[in-house]
Design a protein around this ligand. Structure first.
Ligand code: SF4
Length: 317
């Protein structure tokens, strides 16, 4: 018999959308309104199934292969960034490009490019095959080695004094410290940039605080969203029972058994509208208290890409 029922909901702050995701989504919304479909997106604009499906319904075509895009089409590069080879091919096809790469990812590309130019061998700490890592790797493919684990950091061999380390923006803060420590021991003179972004850092810190108080934590986010998966791992490694879900439909009733305090957070690509039904449902189950566990207030905004076209209606006003 269930002795305890859900009575308190703790919301992590910050949670959900970051500035890079807001910018990328606004770019597509703007193009849909000003030019209409079809608009191509190279890769998922952000890693969230709900957002991608909604855009598909409105005429956005997502592609993993730039040569499938008809010449002169409108194309948006996703928040995760692209390799220079993709940019080259897009220009060759005379695609009308809007680059919605998050400025914090662009910063890693610039660091990588400069380090390669300055004669460094580069270690890119990140998840092999992730869109962002593939894009950064493309800046200096012959000079860069991807490091995906402590084992790989231990085994990497470089015959040079000049080692430069960059990271994917959405990694686990804790795991990355361990990998960087390992690299540091092997290459004491390595120049190290920790590029994990503010949004990833803040959301991980908040979920750790949540884990101190919640009996169970729900993390909303898609399985291919690196920062969402890291949130679930952080919740678990902080001692909480945690589940990652796309939305309310994936919640298993049995998770609520003997759970009094529930924590809720969401990855950086998750809209609030996926959290609202969960909160409403919990209130119907008897949750009376909703509190926020806050570790940071985020006020960062990124300006839109410079070449975003002016809506036609504004031109005629
Ligand atoms: Fe940019 Fe970080 Fe958001 Fe990725 S998670 S889009 S790097 S702010």
């Amino acid at each position: 018999m269930n002795k305890i029922k859900p009575h308190t909901l703790l919301l992590a702050e910050p949670r959900g959308f970051c500035a890079g995701v807001v910018r990328a989504i606004e770019v597509i919304n703007h193009l849909l309104e000003s030019e209409g479909p079809p608009i191509y997106s190279y890769h998922e604009i952000v890693h969230n199934k709900f957002i991608v499906e909604n855009f598909k319904k409105r005429g956005v075509i997502f592609t993993e292969n730039i040569i499938e895009v008809p010449k002169k089409s409108r194309i948006v590069f996703s928040a995760h960034g692209i390799s220079p080879l993709v940019m080259q091919e897009a220009k060759k096809r005379k695609l009308r490009i809007i680059d919605a790469t998050c400025p914090l990812v662009t910063k890693v590309h610039l660091e990588t490019k400069k380090a390669a130019r300055d004669g460094y061998d580069i270690l890119l700490v990140g998840h092999r095959g992730h869109d962002e890592v593939e894009g950064t790797l493309g800046e200096a493919p012959t000079k860069t080695t991807v490091i995906d684990s402590i084992d790989e950091a231990n085994n990497v061999s470089i015959n040079s004094e000049k080692v430069f380390v960059v990271t994917q923006t959405t990694l686990s803060v804790d795991d990355t410290h361990e990998i960087i420590d390992t690299i540091n021991q092997k290459f004491p003179n390595a120049e190290i940039r920790n590029d994990i972004c503010y949004a990833t850092t803040n959301r991980q810190a908040a979920v750790k605080e949540l884990a101190k108080k919640a009996d169970m934590i729900l993390v909303v986010g898609s399985p291919n969203s690196s920062n969402s998966v890291r949130l679930m791992e952080h919740a678990k490694s902080s001692g909480a029972v945690a589940y990652r879900i796309e939305g309310i439909e994936e919640i298993d009733e049995s998770w609520y058994q003997n759970v009094g305090v529930i924590g809720l957070t969401a990855g950086a690509s998750v809209p609030d509208e996926l959290l609202e039904p969960i909160i409403n449902d919990l209130m119907q189950r008897g949750v009376k208290t909703i509190d926020t566990i806050s570790v940071a207030q985020e006020t960062i905004e990124f300006k839109p890409p410079d070449n975003l076209p002016v809506p036609k209606r504004n031109l005629t006003q």
